[in-house]
Write a protein that binds this ligand. Structure first.
Ligand code: ADP
Length: 446
């Protein structure tokens, strides 16, 4: 049994984990950098430990300081949140050696699925569709050109260690390959320390549809329906919703079954997400995320399952609380990522929040760790709040989104709120005519 959880993260997700622990009657430990002394997760945890200077490498990514913090405070489990060390197999292994429970999957699973080229191979072997592409990483431009000629252009080069939309390059014709190959490798090397890139067919107008899965330590694995995350900029999600207008009961069953088979093939434990690209009725495995996702609240809204509490309980050895049998997604939920950034250029805009007012009312949830007079530090990712709206159907969720965004006041820093309001006013969004190119086309029309 787990009794005290250290949260190896910051911001809204650190607070989200603390809330789950409070409901479960568990004690919490916040770790923080010198830049985060005034953060809410520090204020609300039972214990807190400063683990280093602002720069993440020396604090939130500093494994030995985090383990020392757990030992000093008597924590017996660690929740990694998302980002930072959440998909670092070495971290999961060391925790294991120190007899601390990692609230997530096994280290071996993280390692296998963290290599996107190896994950493709694993998935191909069990017969779940993947996009045509290279077998593993490519050594030379000539090799890339050979594969691209066989599958046809356009193709996309992707970093094997990828994440956050980095290390990807689209090639529309053979003459694009040379520059793109070196650029993708350089970006991958800089971002992940591993230059390996692979190649797959580029779909021109797909939807991004992912399946939430959950496994317990007793061998049971379930799926909890889909999230559509097609509204992206620079391959990063901006708005997510569940269910997807493009997924009917039959497609949900087929995608859910495929996701469960993938999870079974890697003995998956805890919360995970299988990402697919959906092209008409056809879906293709893209990657697996072996952690809780930023967009998990939309699934919580339509399934009434608290995914973070479930993560902690399952890590402590409990069987999944999800009932047997086919479930129904209840109503419709949409999440808006509110970033401290310029809504036009997307450049980060850290600084002091001078006014702050949260929307409320039926069907509105806000996950945030900022407050009035809080200074958004420049060192971390620019997500400062998530607005999640839930309605009986998509139209009601959109109406709630509009009125909540209208009342949501954040002053002092620029945010993505005006962008979200413009997207909600767009007739194409309202009609559900989405694809991963939506934002590109939307920006052109503004
Ligand atoms: P990351 O791990 O960096 O988030 P993903 O593999 O999840 O990268 O891809 C992120 C996004 O990039 C997808 O949601 C999609 O919009 C786009 N993308 C990735 N692969 C393809 C592809 N083969 N065809 C079209 N778009 C793609």
């Amino acid at each position: 049994m787990i009794s005290k959880v250290l949260i190896a993260n910051r911001g809204e997700i650190a607070l989200r984990v603390i809330l789950a622990c409070k409901e479960l009657g568990l004690k919490t430990v916040a770790v923080h950098s010198e830049a985060d002394r005034d953060a809410l997760h520090v204020r609300y945890a039972d214990d807190d430990v400063c683990i280093g200077p602002a720069v993440s490498r020396q604090s939130y990514l500093n494994i030995s300081s985090i383990i020392a913090a757990a030992e000093i405070t008597g924590a017996d489990a660690v929740h990694p949140g998302y980002g930072f060390l959440s998909e670092n197999p070495h971290f999961a292994e060391i925790l294991d050696e120190c007899r601390l429970t990692f609230i997530g999957p096994r280290a071996a699973t993280i390692r296998l699925m963290g290599d996107k080229a190896a994950a493709r191979d694993t998935v191909k072997k069990i017969g779940v569709p993947i996009l045509p592409g290279s077998d593993g990483p490519l050594s030379t431009v000539e090799e890339a050109a050979g594969v691209a000629r066989v599958i046809g252009f356009p193709v996309i080069l992707k970093a094997a260690a990828g994440g956050g939309g980095r290390g990807m390059r689209i090639c529309w014709q053979e003459s694009d390959l040379e520059t793109a190959f070196h650029a993708a490798r350089n970006e991958a090397e800089r971002a992940f320390g591993v230059a390996d890139v692979y190649l797959e067919k580029y779909l021109e107008r797909p939807r991004h549809v992912e399946i939430q899965i959950f496994g317990d330590t007793h061998g049971r694995i379930v799926h909890l329906g889909e999230r559509e995350c097609s509204i992206q900029r620079r391959h990063q999600k901006l708005i997510e919703e569940s269910p997807s207008v493009a997924v009917d009961a039959d497609l949900r069953r087929r995608m859910g079954d495929a996701a469960i088979r993938i999870a079974q093939a890697v003995n998956y434990v805890n919360a995970g997400t299988i990402e697919f690209l959906l092209d008409g009725e056809n879906f293709y495995f893209m990657e697996m995320n072996t952690r809780i996702q930023v967009e998990h609240p939309v699934t919580e809204a339509v399934t009434s399952i608290d995914l973070v509490k479930e993560q902690i309980l399952v890590a402590g050895g409990a069987p999944l609380s999800v009932p047997e049998g086919v479930f129904h997604l209840r109503g419709h939920a949409i999440e808006f990522r509110i970033n401290a950034e310029d809504p036009v250029t997307f450049a980060p805009n850290p600084g002091k929040i001078t006014a702050f007012h949260l929307p409320g009312g039926p069907g509105v949830r806000v996950d945030t760790a900022v407050y009035r007079d809080y200074v958004v530090p420049p060192h971390y990712d620019s997500l400062i709040a998530k607005l999640i709206v839930h309605g009986k159907d998509r139209a009601e969720a959109i109406a709630r989104g509009k009125r909540a965004l209208e009342l949501f006041t954040i002053e002092g820093v620029k945010t993505s709120i005006p962008l979200h309001r413009a997207i909600l006013a767009d007739p194409r969004f309202a009609s559900g005519d989405l694809s991963t190119r939506f934002m590109e086309e939307f920006s052109r029309n503004q």
